[in-house]
Ligand binder design. Structure first.
Ligand SMILES: NC(=O)c1ccc[n+]([C@@H]2O[C@H](COP(=O)([O-])OP(=O)(O)OC[C@H]3O[C@@H](n4cnc5c(N)ncnc54)[C@H](OP(=O)(O)O)[C@@H]3O)[C@@H](O)[C@H]2O)c1
Length: 358
């Protein structure tokens, strides 16, 4: 490995016109991420458009094989196909890639990182570093529902050992990109006007409705979003032993798309190895990085997607002992969490990773 420290990196944003790409620009500016040159990239459709960063306009360039010359950090959010094709080119050109797609998440040797959970996965990684094959390397950002769940659950796992997770998600339009957000808005107007809704992004009516997550169903009956939560959690928690290993947390997920514009919610039931009552769980969560607790039983006030929208923290509430367990050996806990998946579930998590590379 060779490493020349880079303190003011040249940064490319692949997918700069998209929902995550736009959030990248906001998060980089808010966090005063040091940037030498900024290069916004998208498809030929958007070449020549302007994006705003810190009050200045930048012209979007078409993504090509030559886009990464002189780039130190490449933040990718343009879909798995684009990442598969261009992330290795960027890495070979000397840019550390932080990829938001699912293309490399389960690839051996590619760290899958939530900074509050497994920062050690990128120990030794730095901008300017190249491995023996000349590549600066690829780091994967986990699936948004996985990140939000693990920021909330990992502090409890460290304290009491989570043996099983039953999770149901309530996923917002923003998780499916800018076009899905527009579709929810336009369908809402159409339905209120008594017109038939136009379904371009999703195959069925989205406004005033909900449906099983729009990802493909795998041979075991789970959709790929649900299986991402299972497989990625095992990798992030370092439980990558064989299928069915007793050392792995058991996870069953049901992922649902709901007509919320932005921020995902999740209902989470945990089986714990060791006892942990609700008060101690709340205390742990109040001290956990990246977590805010909203757990006001007196006023029935708990996390909502509107609270989470634009918020960096994962919000946790409804913290209670699972009464179905009758005080078994470890016991169980129930939680309800909300997180802005464009921020912590995507852009913010990736920028936090980038900050660790300087
Ligand atoms: N939305 C989320 O909450 C979320 C969370 C985690 C991960 N992700 C992942 O992030 C990626 C982007 O998601 P998004 O929600 O931001 O989608 P989006 O709003 O649809 O944006 C897609 C972006 O990709 C660009 N793009 C499409 N085709 C391209 C091509 N051939 N060459 C270069 N750029 C191209 C688009 O540019 P044009 O303007 O030129 O079309 C646009 O900038 C996906 O892989 C998604 O799975 C999304």
């Amino acid at each position: 490995m060779s490493a020349n420290a880079v303190s003011t990196p040249n940064v490319a944003i692949v997918g700069a016109t998209g929902a995550v790409g736009q959030e990248f620009l906001r998060v980089l500016a808010e966090r005063k991420f040091p940037i030498g040159k900024l290069v916004p990239l998208a498809s030929a459709r958007s070449a020549g458009k302007r994006v705003n960063f810190q009050g200045a306009n930048y012209t979007v360039e078409e993504l090509t094989d030559d886009s990464f010359k002189g780039i130190d950090l490449a933040l990718f959010s343009a879909g798995g196909g684009i990442s598969k094709q261009f992330a290795p080119i960027a890495a070979q050109a000397g840019a550390v890639v932080v990829d938001n797609s699912s293309a490399f998440r389960m690839t051996d040797g590619v760290p899958l990182v939530v900074p509050e959970v497994n920062p050690e996965a990128i120990d030794g990684w730095r901008l300017g570093r190249r491995s023996a094959d000349g590549s600066a390397g690829i780091i994967a950002n986990p699936n948004c529902s996985t990140i939000i769940m693990l920021v909330a659950v990992t502090p409890l796992h460290r304290a009491a050992g989570v043996e099983r997770i039953v999770v149901s998600t309530y996923q917002a339009a923003s998780g499916a990109g800018a076009a899905a957000m527009l579709e929810l808005e336009s369908q809402t107007r159409q339905v209120l006007a008594g017109d038939p809704p136009t379904c371009d992004v999703f195959p069925c009516q989205y406004a005033f409705n909900l449906f099983s997550h729009n990802s493909a169903i795998e041979s075991n009956g789970y959709n790929t979003e649900e299986m991402k939560m299972v497989r990625e959690t095992h990798k992030i928690w370092g439980q990558s032993d064989g299928e069915g290993s007793a050392k792995r947390v058991g996870i069953t997920a049901t992922c649902i798309r709901v007509p919320v514009m932005r921020a995902h919610a999740e209902s989470i039931n945990l089986t714990l190895r060791n006892p942990l009552d609700a008060a101690e769980a709340e205390r742990l969560l109040r001290n956990a990085p990246g977590v805010s607790v909203i757990n006001d039983n007196d006023n029935n006030r708990f996390p909502m997607p509107l609270d989470a929208s634009g918020n960096d923290d994962v919000l946790v509430g409804r913290i209670r002992a699972d009464i179905s367990r009758n005080g078994g050996p470890g016991g169980g806990l129930d939680l309800f969490v909300c997180g802005d998946q464009l921020r912590k579930g995507a852009a913010l998590n990736a920028v936090q990773i980038a900050e660790m590379l300087i």
